[in-house]
Design a protein around this ligand. Sequence first.
Ligand code: ADP
Ligand code: MG
Length: 262
Amino acid sequence: MNAFEPPAAENPAAENPAAENPVAQKRYEGKAKILYATDDPEVLLTYFKDDATAFNAQKRGTISGKGEVNCAMSQHLFRLLEAQGVPTHLIDCPTSNTMRVRRVSIVPLEVVVRNIAAGSLCQQTGLELGTPLSPPLVEFYLKNDALGDPLLTEDRLRVMGLATPDQVQQLREMALRVNQVLSEFFNQCGITLVDFKLEFGVDGTGKLLLADEISPDTCRLWNQAESDPNRRVMDKDRFRRDLGDVEAAYQQVLQRVLAQSV
Ligand code: ADP
Ligand code: MG
């Protein structure tokens, strides 16, 4: 029934698994990734696309090489986090743009941690871009494109039955731990971790795992060697704001990340 086989490991330039395996069972196609079933019901194969979207998919484009950057960077950072005691969904990467992950039931929240004010926080509060946030700000957004991913309060989380106060506390603690580990790591790369979005899921045993991806699509990253507010941007804001050199920025982030051992 499930004749799907992951692309051969010796083919690093493997294309979309569906192209090679017409019988590959696509489970879900999102804006940036496609999830495929595997022979093991507890394991999914994630294919990272070059497709880029912004502003709730109103802006669409392609960032050449993004799939490989996001896959390799996520793998490196998930390994780092695992080593620091944060459980993640990562199993391994059979090719340069595919990742095998533990299947989880995704908590429909985007957990955002902010160290410096940028983006929607500035637009919605009037805080000036670059304002340091200490201690870091942890925010919960509903993962629902149709509703525009609205910001939630803890009371709304409770009313909607999305998370109990205990679960909110657990998500907050894990997000802050991730922030500690990643902030220090990026600092060693000469990069400031401004803010980032995490997704969590619950596995078959009820354990909360860090899922999805950690990449220049999901983090704001500023080059510490640049003071100019546009030149310093190394993340998806280059695409959102048409700053140019998007591909080069993604490659530069990956190079610096891979240069730091876990
Ligand atoms: P979206 O357009 O919803 O952001 P993506 O293109 O990022 O989607 O595709 C990834 C989808 O897979 C997301 O909906 C994400 O929540 C989900 N996902 C990520 N990791 C896992 C996992 N380990 N198990 C199940 N679903 C996952
Ligand atoms: Mg996504």
